[in-house]
Design a protein around this ligand. Sequence first.
Ligand code: AMP
Length: 307
Amino acid sequence: MVGTVLDPINCNQTLFVTAMILRLPDPVSAQTWCHAQRAAGRSIGFVPTMGALHEGHLSLVGRAVVENNIACVSIFVNPLQFNDPDDLARYPRNFDDDAQQLEGAGCDMVFSGTLEQFFPEASVVAEITKRDPGPTAEGLEGASRPGHFAGVATICERLFKTVGPGRAYFGEKDFQQTLVVKDIARQLGYPEIVVCPTAREPSGLAYSSRNVLLTDSECKRAACISRALFMARHAWHQGEREVGKLRDVMLRELDVDGIHVEYAELRDPHDWRPEAPAGLLVRAQALIAARIGKARLIDNLRLDRDA
Ligand code: AMP
């Protein structure tokens, strides 16, 4: 890609050129290419995605570009992690636009594939051996979306084996997923899991591929999710440590027309057991899932740290 940027020091236009991204159509060609990169001594940073890319994804890709010799991205809307067929059917898909954005971000390779190509050993979905996602998959997203984390764990293992990355980049936006993925990486012995901060719209709403399903009015109302999290952090800074009271702070903020709260919970991020309402926390991750219009949104925030 060729373009111009304004040089902020000399105030003139500077020409920039980024290399064309390599688009590979299936996991086998991706595996061969990645193997050759590693054999040539290049480190690979990997960002698994389901496409419909936004600023959040691109922040992960930017970091992978800076921290590795090669940055590669997968785009695969993984049916194994959807427990709601309507959600899977509605999920936005736009491979060409995604590939262009990745090229602009300096990504070297993007690959995709079908379920059959990722799991050639199985002729039907039921034959795919699901990976046990472990204890961190219990509760919250695991309870709201049965089978979701087994699907995530299964595809992540397959993707890691395809790419063989030294580092893989995940967003804190999907906090529970980062715990599941860290467990997988520990068991496989690779890759290093890099957790990146949640990128937000100016309203505070976390970027999500599902935000395109919202009307303008729903989008404005959905900002109450991040407001609830930041109000809980404010209460924490004021000295509140009681689970039930922090939860009430969030629920008050979430009491908005058209917002249906699935959960608004607090957990010790190091312990990950459900907390009793009267329990006192020493560390706290606040987590919310809510439905609005056609979208189900999740977000979370660490309360005892500012980042
Ligand atoms: P997805 O395409 O939704 O599977 O997301 C791919 C990766 O992007 C996951 O690791 C997500 O946690 C991450 N991600 C999604 N949204 C955001 C965001 N707003 N900020 C940072 N990372 C994100």
